[in-house]
Design a protein around this ligand. Structure first.
Ligand SMILES: Nc1ncnc2c1ncn2[C@@H]1O[C@H](COP(=O)(O)OP(=O)(O)OP(=O)(O)O)[C@@H](O)[C@H]1O
Ligand SMILES: [Mg+2]
Length: 274
């Protein structure tokens, strides 16, 4: 048994009177993907904001490689090897690929008496690291991030994390806004990061995406951990039901169908729920 890279013990988080997380205990191992599942508002983003130093837990403890840690800032978390790609934004559309790759850690060169940003080196490294992850359509690091597709932006953020030696990569719904092909690409990149021995926390609503990459799964319901299991221990249907808060999705679908029949006279073609 390998010991966990990251261990959370009984993490609670309240915002004033609102309790958002209750007694969350979790372990993430190096070279494994932990999928964090749960419906809207379950507390997934709040949990990863605690892991990435954005919020402090109200109580509970965190350990990295067996050592107790507490983060004062996102910078503190990233200095401890935690790289987070947040759910909304995170990249600056008007920044070049090279700039955005190195933001806060720009390579420099001497120019006479001055030290200046080494643009060609930054661009070259950024483009190369993206290529490593299979993004081969980009050959110019001067291109603006705003012109990249959603999948390419995710790849840029992941490539950056890998380059700077992240031990734990946290992705908050990286595939949510992507088409089928782009999502598959991001999933492949997640598996590449895992293969390099990086621990990944992958948040998604999509059970198929989760089952494709996950080694370990945790389901949050109303801020509590409702289930914690490993690959192969639950079926897709069981996971979907859990995510819906324990309601039987099959029953819900039957209800919707009878509603459709009653209101339109015909049923919808089989819905693509996932
Ligand atoms: N700063 C805050 N102050 C008060 N309540 C908050 C704050 N941040 C989050 N919450 C509440 O905590 C709950 C969990 O939010 P969170 O964003 O963690 O959910 P989530 O699981 O990521 O949902 P989604 O799947 O929609 O992204 C929500 O009810 C939200 O309104
Ligand atoms: Mg969220």
């Amino acid at each position: 048994m390998t010991s966990p890279l990251l261990k959370l013990t009984q993490i609670n988080k309240s915002f004033g009177p609102i309790d958002v997380l209750n007694d969350i205990s979790l372990e993430v191992k190096a070279g494994e993907v932990l999928c964090l599942l749960g419906d809207n508002g379950a507390g997934k983003s709040t949990l990863i904001k605690i892991l990435s130093g954005v919020h402090k837990p109200t109580s509970g403890s965190m350990e990295i490689n067996g050592n107790a840690i507490a983060f004062d800032s996102p910078r503190d978390a990233s200095d401890n090897g935690i790289a987070t790609v947040h759910q909304f934004g995170g990249t600056f559309p008007l920044m070049s690929i090279g700039r955005s790759f190195f933001v806060g850690a720009e390579p420099t060169k001497r120019w006479g008496p001055f030290t200046i940003y080494d643009r060609s080196r930054a661009n070259e490294i950024a483009v190369r690291e993206m290529r490593e992850l299979g993004i081969t359509r980009i050959d110019d690091g001067d291109r603006l991030v705003g012109g990249l597709s959603g999948g390419e932006r995710q790849a840029l953020a992941i490539a950056r994390a890998v380059h700077f030696g992240a031990k734990l990569l946290i992705l908050d719904e990286p595939t949510a806004a992507l088409g089928v092909k782009e999502a598959a690409h991001v999933l492949r990149i997640v598996l590449q990061a895992r293969q390099k021995g990086i621990a990944v926390v992958f948040i998604t609503h999509n059970v198929i995406h989760a089952l494709t990459v996950g080694d370990h799964f945790a389901v949050l319901i109303h801020g509590s951990k409702a289930a914690d299991f490993r690959k192969g221990e639950k079926s897709r249907e069981e996971i979907t039901d859990l995510m819906a808060g324990g309601e039987q999705m099959a029953e819900l679908e039957a209800e919707i169908e009878s509603y459709m029949v009653a209101s339109t006279g015909h049923s919808e073609p089989a819905r693509q729920a996932l």
